[in-house]
Design a protein around this ligand. Structure first.
Ligand code: SF4
Length: 233
């Protein structure tokens, strides 16, 4: 059984769209959004997956057997799956049987990089999109930075790192992290924080300069630019 995010119409949050962030931006993909998170970012736009002061978990979580989830994913004529959250690694054990059902898929997992996944799962994943949180997230350092997990993901050939940037000062923290964990700059993307087009485009314009200077990728947030971050799009 897996805890899957439940859409307002009662269906599980499994939908066909295009990847909006990171190295696979623009590729058609099926998304599976899992519930639960171990962090509490102030700017989180999926609070319904974990903020039980604001949301009722009985309304937001569907506990589904692996077979039902696989059937829903297989409905779409698309063999690229993005597992997102919340924080999917909270359910890394339960994910293994599901992803074994989907061996023909190219599978990407989006994670905050604080939990080391079991080795059985690692072999099933093509792309790890790791988004470690910075001070701007409002999480304490002890929660947002797990040296063991950081090191694990930095050594994984299939990982890339995506940092959410609010202001230029954040760059100092990114540099410190990638130096400390020996992350190649070609694996690093900067992504503007923002829940509307104006914020995304405004920050993207000055991020271009930083990316040019440092050799990082620029990631956008297509789901915000195209659909104002509407669920299930
Ligand atoms: S790690 Fe992701 S899902 Fe969790 S609180 Fe932060 S932005 Fe939200």
């Amino acid at each position: 059984m897996l805890k899957v995010s439940r859409q307002p119409d009662g269906r599980p949050e499994i939908f066909h769209s295009v990847q909006g962030e990171g190295v696979n931006t623009g590729k058609p993909a099926v998304f599976l959004r899992l519930s639960l998170c171990n962090l509490a970012c102030t700017w989180c736009d999926t609070r319904y997956t974990w903020d039980w002061e604001q949301y009722d978990p009985k309304e937001q979580i569907l506990e589904l057997p692996v077979e039902d989830i696989a059937r829903e994913i297989l409905r779409y004529d698309c063999r690229y799956l993005v597992v997102t959250g919340g924080e999917p690694m909270i359910q890394h054990k339960e994910l293994v049987p599901l992803l074994k059902h989907l061996k023909s898929y190219y599978i990407e997992i989006e994670t905050n990089g604080t939990i080391v996944p079991r080795s059985e799962l690692v072999g099933l994943i093509d792309q790890w999109s790791v988004s470690p949180k910075l001070e701007n997230s409002g999480n304490p350092p002890s929660a947002r930075e797990s040296p063991r997990a950081y090191k694990f993901f930095s050594e994984l050939p299939s990982s890339c790192f995506k940092y959410v940037i609010q202001q230029e000062n954040d760059l100092m923290e990114v540099k410190r992290m990638i130096q400390e964990y020996d992350i190649a700059r070609e694996k690093v993307a900067l992504m503007p924080e923002g829940k509307d087009t104006e914020a995304i485009l405004g920050r993207s314009r000055w991020l271009v300069g930083l990316c040019k200077n440092e050799g990082y990728m620029l990631s956008t947030r297509l789901q915000v630019l195209l659909w104002d971050n509407k669920r299930g799009m």
